[in-house]
Ligand binder design. Structure first.
Ligand SMILES: Nc1ncnc2c1ncn2[C@@H]1O[C@H](COP(=O)(O)OP(=O)(O)O[C@H]2O[C@H](CO)[C@@H](O)[C@H](O)[C@H]2O)[C@@H](O)[C@H]1O
Length: 472
């Protein structure tokens, strides 16, 4: 193996959001470019684990202060053939092997133990990987442990890349838990510290060889993004590279997608979208003759969840449109979105929950997809929407700015707005409605966006170039 990706999520084994999509696709594209790639992630007690066959690859004990846990690294049988890369999963009984990925009181312990097992596993390799690529804060202590912990001294020369998918989540924990880490020279504790706590995101930025952001624009924004690490991002900037996420064109392909009502390509987009819209509208009691504006995502502040009901309320009041939301998260946002169904029967609906299949049908059946994000490191939804001929309506921020051009600009194909306010987003939806009623232009844009190539090929190459640069 040349590169080992370490992550808490990887599609299809476990997905909470976009991190899973990236870690489930990038390694496959790297392998296709002859750069052999593997993923190691936790083993969760979920549907994927129940339906998979495992081969034991490595066993060890992992200690967290006075507690000791048995750990096994499994290889998923046929993962290379089925997924396009080797997939390994770390099972730590009574700690990591739970149903959900996150949300437990002992998440700190769970992910520290995971990272230690990953390094113990690599330590016994006959041939070390050329690069270890860590994703988000759950793997952020690895660059530190590799360079500082006595136990891993022999692996110090392995370069590390750390990718920030979302700098808002940093995984901080108090110094009282320092004893969970393997022995190191305490003089270097500063590398772990930010704001009087151990901060795995900050530690990764300080200790890794290179860090990347999932879009070039997010990299420029980070020194001013008020994540609490602004100063660090500013001073370590020389180590950063912005590489735009891609999409897995095998999974996200409207011509072959088994999860949608009717497959279609650029040439059959009219009939294809019509059939999918019909299926979607039937499911949710909406009118297929009206434009359908949808939102898919985690209902959190980042995504504008707190004003989502207000946005749809205002937009539905001002325009003869349908609205649909798929998501879960903040209970108050969920409550308001459910309440809205009663105000606009036959015009608006909400599906609270996580439903991969439904998300595909929405990308295929909606006319517009809104993303009123306060910040967006890259965003994949707008890329999926484009691929399925659904016009994105996005806030001008992060990766959304890098990937969506407003129809007011030359060659524009989407709708952008500047602010995350009910007013601004509702106005953007009014522009979308206007575009929908300009039938010829609407149909032309729909075809054009399906042709945009946002697949992983280019970005996978950029990562390999970065690895080659540091793995001399
Ligand atoms: N209720 C639901 N049901 C079904 N599917 C749902 C769903 N809610 C979300 N999804 C799916 O989850 C993914 C979300 O991906 P994003 O990249 O847009 O956001 P996320 O904030 O999770 O990722 C973070 O990491 C990614 C990857 O780097 C960055 O693009 C992004 O900006 C950053 O915030 C998409 O595949 C979407 O379809």
């Amino acid at each position: 193996m040349k590169v080992i990706h370490v992550s808490a999520e990887c599609y299809p084994a476990a997905k909470v959001g976009g991190l899973a999509d990236v870690v489930g696709a990038l390694p496959k594209y790297q392998t296709n470019l002859d750069y052999e790639s593997a993923v190691i992630m936790p083993y969760y007690n979920n549907k994927y684990a129940k339906n998979s066959k495992y081969i034991t690859d490595f066993k060890c004990n992992v200690d967290l202060a006075e507690n000791s846990f048995k750990a096994v690294v499994y290889k998923v049988e046929n993962s290379f053939e089925d997924l396009g890369f080797h997939l390994y999963q770390v099972k730590i009984k009574d700690l990591l092997d739970r149903e959900n990925v996150y949300g437990y009181q002992d998440d700190t312990e769970r992910f520290i133990a995971f990272q230690k097992v990953v390094l113990d596993w690599i330590l016994q390799f006959i041939k070390a990987p050329e690069v270890i690529h860590c994703h988000d804060h759950h793997t952020g202590l690895i660059p530190f442990m590799l360079t500082q912990c006595i136990k891993y001294k022999s692996m110090r020369g392995i370069p590390t890349v750390f990718t920030i998918h979302n700098a808002e989540y940093q995984g901080e924990f108090p110094f009282e838990k320092l004893s969970y880490l393997p022995e190191y020279d305490l003089e270097y504790s500063g590398l772990l510290e930010w704001d009087y706590a151990i901060n795995p995101m900050a530690a990764a930025i300080k200790a890794c060889w290179r860090y990347t952001t999932v879009s070039p624009n997010y990299m420029n924004e980070l020194p001013y993004a008020s994540t609490g690490l602004d100063w660090l991002f500013d001073t370590e900037r020389e180590k950063s590279v912005g590489i735009l996420n891609g999409i897995d064109a095998d999974v996200w392909n409207s011509s072959t997608d088994p999860m949608i009502a009717k497959n279609y390509s650029v040439n059959t987009v009219e009939a294809g979208k019509k059939a999918n819209k019909l299926a979607l509208c039937e499911k949710f009691g909406l009118n297929p003759d009206k434009p359908l504006v949808a939102f898919i995502g985690r209902l959190v502040y980042q995504k504008g969840a707190d004003i989502m009901a207000g946005i749809f309320d205002r937009a539905l009041d001002a325009n003869d449109i349908n609205g649909l939301v798929l998501g879960s998260g903040d209970p108050h946002a969920e409550f308001l979105l459910n309440e809205l169904k009663e105000k606009y029967p036959g015009r608006y609906n909400t599906f609270i929950g996580y439903d991969e299949e439904l998300s595909h049908l929405i990308y295929a059946g909606a006319d517009f997809l809104i993303m009123p994000s306060r910040f967006e490191p890259c965003g994949l939804n707008q890329l999926y929407a484009l691929r399925y001929g659904t016009i994105p309506v996005v806030r001008t921020t992060g990766g959304l700015k890098d990937t969506v051009k407003d129809i007011g600009e030359k060659g524009g194909f989407g709708i952008r707005h500047e602010h995350v306010t009910v007013d601004d987003v509702a106005l953007a939806i009014t522009r979308a409605n206007k575009l929908y009623n300009d039938t010829d232009e609407f149909k032309r844009i729909r075809k054009e966006i399906m042709k945009i190539d946002n697949s992983w090929e280019n970005s996978a190459k950029e990562y390999i170039e970065l690895y080659n640069l540091i793995a001399k």
